[in-house]
Design a protein around this ligand. Structure first.
Ligand SMILES: [Zn+2]
Length: 855
């Protein structure tokens, strides 16, 4: 017997090719199916085990040329989502075709083969069907060997109502009317690929006419009435396909590429080969959507298109390698976006993603990027900020260290060597070692195989001519690191020499400490130049004084990281609150929007932990910091301003109008929306979200009705989400209760409701209201929301710091007695953050008026 856990499939019989026929009945939420699977019996077999979940198999038989049919008995192992076929006479080594006839349900849970609903312009509700198979839900649509290394080719045929559009991974090769109102659509065979990448959508979709991207036809699909929102997607998808093909020096691995917006979609998008599916906000935007919204569309398209090679053509052997797919696609989306629109300065923006990853990875409940996945469901824990953002940050760090050309050459080796096949993470490190001649495996191992990251401490030597550098793990709770972890840290230092020139030093810190010689005692020294390194820097008081005095020498991402490191050290109790407050004042004329993201984050936490008598001082501080730079930016965009200025304006309006409680900003926001509604002056797109949030922060039932009516009459998917989310931003408990009622009313899509509730939970005014509703509706959230949505909403738990220790105890004991199962790690992280916020509150509440100064 092989030594194999029960949830893994044996390899005695493996698939080569699937011919699938699926016949969905949208009105009755069911489907019939047939599969003819060419299999190879590697050994003689008395039983064949494959995956199936919630499928009823009515017929199963094996055929082989020149031999009588071997009908098979079918038994189910529901707990393992497996089906066991026992042929009447055993299979001999050789080739067979397995024929299966089955039925299944089109579910409403946005997984497997599911139903989605939308309303046509005439108000008629219309169904469509779509698939979402990653990680292990292909088995809900057809019986299959549902493990990523059991690659096969797929020939899909769909029988559907005549008037519906049917799409799958490859080009349509025939479409035959059956005369009964149905049509049989057959698609070309796919390349050899994993089951989780198979996809089909069936519905009244509108398609753009195909663009010929150097021989690959590319289309955007959406439900009727949304066609005007596909222009940017078409341009970005064309750019992404060309850019990536050139970057990898390798042709696109399929015969066509469709990008489809699905009205109900659990995640952001899914990289099915040749048929990428999206939630509408990630694909459809109007010409006058904000740059954030447009940038998101370009990024997601870039990400999914990168997966066509990295993930689809070359695939992880088992789910523990999923992180590399995702980290890599996240990294590539930045390159695609940067080359599509350099003015967005996406690499500056990346500082925010790095900061978010550093925040989570500073928790004891963080995890190593790569971890063993046993049961395939455990992979769900991998779809988080550690995989996407820490993963991409670590890849960027190694790319900076190896050099762009070496890195790119290594990627090409890797893709070329493993195409149509499966890999382990170390295969990529090996390819990068060959290309660069550097010890990539040992360096990356320290970043990928252990949780957390170092706090690099920098001190001047006594003569000032050297930096003493050391490392230890950074923990946001400020407690000791018992594990004595070490990383191989690429250190890059920039410093000022006396003659006005700059000095640079670069090295790999492999031990716990080292000394870096400098040309002279520097006016200032920045460790982690470019902020590419995934670590925080603790400066000695003297070095901190020098760098605070030289902020103009730092670029935007470096300033953001300095602010983020300073703030994290303050929350951890390493620095006193005076340090970030001083830094914020020094940065208050800063015109980098992401620096203001950092400042706003710190002020937001102060607002959560403040005593009731101190929130006015937090608000006054926000106004004191932001008013000056806002008056230089103003409300009205200049004709020729850069996208970064528009982004800055939106951040400042949001800060002043929410945390800053600035009455002038409230009035102006209401006026501007009224002007836009009356057709007098359109709202500048980049201000739309800020204006909605500020109006909510100003409060009042009339404002609630206004934002609600904007939600109901939204022209774009982004408008819908913008006004829905704004309904969570009211100060009044009764209005927040109305918003929560709305979230559960069935009027709001289950894909959007969790975000509304999470937004309320994250706020000082809303956390208790939201938590009380969540306790009441716990089972409903688990049953009705898409899988893992509750876990995601619980990431806003740290907001409950505003409710104080006693209430938090109630929350902790509720969570103790209501485990959420998969995705529990996210909840652990959120709990830890709440505990850290509460400790921070105990330290600083009562001191805020003194430290911030009162007006
Ligand atoms: Zn991805």
């Amino acid at each position: 017997m092989e030594d194999r856990p029960p949830y893994r499939l044996p390899r005695n019989v493996v698939p080569d090719h699937y011919s699938l026929v699926l016949m969905p009945d949208l009105a009755n939420a069911a489907f019939d199916g047939e599969a003819s699977i060419d299999v190879r019996a590697v050994d003689a077999a008395t039983e064949v085990i494959l995956n199936a979940a919630e499928l009823e198999i009515s017929e199963a038989r094996f055929t082989s040329e020149g031999e009588p049919d071997r009908p098979a008995t079918v038994s189910y192992r529901p707990e393992e989502e497996q089906v066991v076929l026992v042929p009447h006479t055993p299979l001999q080594t050789g080739n067979y075709t397995l024929f299966l006839r089955f039925t299944g349900q089109l579910n409403d849970l946005l997984r497997g083969f599911y139903r989605s609903k939308f309303r046509r312009d005439n108000g008629e509700e219309t169904w469509l069907a779509a698939t979402q198979f990653e990680a292990t839900d292909a088995r809900r649509a057809f019986p299959c060997w549902d493990e990523p290394d059991l690659k096969a080719s797929f020939g899909v045929t769909i029988v559907a109502d005549e008037d519906l559009t049917v799409l799958s991974n490859t080009q349509e090769i025939s479409s035959i009317s059956l005369g009964n109102g149905k049509r049989r659509v057959q698609f070309a065979d796919t390349i050899k690929m994993s089951t989780y990448l198979v996809a089909f959508v069936i519905g009244p979709f509108e398609l753009t006419s195909p663009r010929d991207v150097d021989g690959v036809p590319l289309r955007i699909a959406c439900v009727p009435g949304r066609g005007a929102l596909t222009g940017l997607a078409g341009d970005a998808a064309t750019h992404a396909l060309r850019f990536l093909r050139d970057y990898f020096s390798m042709p696109y691995p399929s015969d066509k590429l469709d990008h489809v917006a699905v009205p109900d979609f659990a995640s952001g998008a899914m990289e099915n080969l040749g048929l990428v599916t999206y939630r509408e906000t990630a694909l459809l935007v109007s010409e006058d959507s904000s740059q954030d919204e447009r940038q998101r569309v370009v990024s997601v398209i870039g990400h999914e298109t990168a997966h066509m090679w990295f993930g689809d053509l070359v695939t992880m052997r088992w789910w523990d390698g999923t992180w590399l797919n995702e980290a890599f696609a996240t990294y590539m989306e930045l390159l695609v976006t940067d080359t599509f629109e350099p003015r967005w300065q996406i690499w500056s923006n990346f500082g925010i993603d790095q900061a978010a990853a550093l925040a989570t990875d500073g928790l004891r409940a963080s995890r190593s990027i790569e971890f063993p996945v046993g049961r395939p469901d455990e992979v769900q824990d991998m779809f988080d900020v550690i995989t996407y953002d820490k993963g991409a940050a670590v890849l960027r760090m190694i790319e900076r260290h190896l050099g762009e050309d070496n890195y790119r050459r290594g990627l090409h080796f890797y893709l070329d060597k493993h195409r149509y096949s499966n890999t382990d993470t170390t295969d990529l490190w090996d390819a990068l070692e060959v290309a660069s001649g550097q010890p990539v495996r040992t360096t990356m191992g320290t970043w990928v195989d252990q949780a957390g990251y170092p706090l690099v401490t920098a001190e001047l030597s006594s003569d000032g001519h050297a930096l003493e550098i050391s490392q230890r793990r950074f923990l946001l709770d400020g407690g000791p690191d018992k594990d004595d972890q070490r990383w191989v840290v690429p250190i890059s230092v920039r410093y000022a020499t006396g003659d006005g020139a700059l000095g640079h030093e670069q090295l790999l810190l492999e031990s716990s400490s080292t000394t870096i010689e400098l040309k002279e005692d520097p006016a200032w020294a920045l460790v982690n130049e470019g902020a590419w390194g995934f670590y925080r820097v603790h400066y000695s008081d003297e070095l901190r004084r020098r760098i605070f005095a030289s902020l103009a020498e730092l670029d935007g991402r470096e300033r953001l990281r300095l602010a983020s490191d300073t703030w994290a050290e303050t929350v951890a109790g390493v620095l006193s609150l005076e340090a970030p407050v001083e830094l914020w004042s020094l940065l208050s004329a800063d015109r980098d929007p992401d620096v203001w993201w950092g400042i706003s984050g710190g002020l937001g936490l102060l607002d959560l932990v403040a005593d009731d008598g101190e929130t006015a001082a937090v608000a006054a501080t926000a106004r004191r910091l932001a008013t000056g730079v806002f008056s230089s930016v103003g409300w009205q965009p200049d004709q020729d301003e850069t996208p970064r200025v528009a982004r800055l304006r939106a951040r400042l309006v949001t800060l002043l109008g929410t945390l800053g409680a600035d009455p002038d900003v409230h009035t102006e926001a209401r006026q501007r929306l009224a002007d836009a509604d009356a057709g007098r002056t359109p709202l500048p797109p980049d201000l739309a979200t800020a204006v909605a949030r500020v109006i909510a922060a100003g409060g009042g039932a009339e404002a609630w009705e206004l934002l609600y009516s904007h939600y109901k009459n939204a022209a774009t998917p982004q408008d819908e989400v913008r006004y829905l989310d704004a309904l969570g931003g009211f100060p009044e408990a009764d209005l927040l209760r109305r918003s929560i009622e709305l979230a559960f009313s069935g009027e709001v899509r289950s894909q959007d409701a969790p975000f509304l509730v999470a937004g309320i939970l994250s706020r000082r005014d809303g956390c208790v209201v939201a938590w009380e509703a969540m306790e009441k509706r716990w089972d409903e959230m688990l049953d009705r929301w898409p899988p893992k949505s509750l876990q995601r909403a619980l990431e806003s738990l740290p907001g409950l710091a505003a409710a104080g220790d006693e209430f938090a105890q109630r929350v902790f004991s509720w969570l103790d007695s209501h485990p959420v199962g998969l995705g529990e790690r996210r909840v652990q992280q959120a709990r830890e953050r709440l505990a850290i916020n509460l400790a921070f509150k105990r330290r600083v509440a009562g001191r805020l008026n003194a430290v911030l100064g009162t007006d």
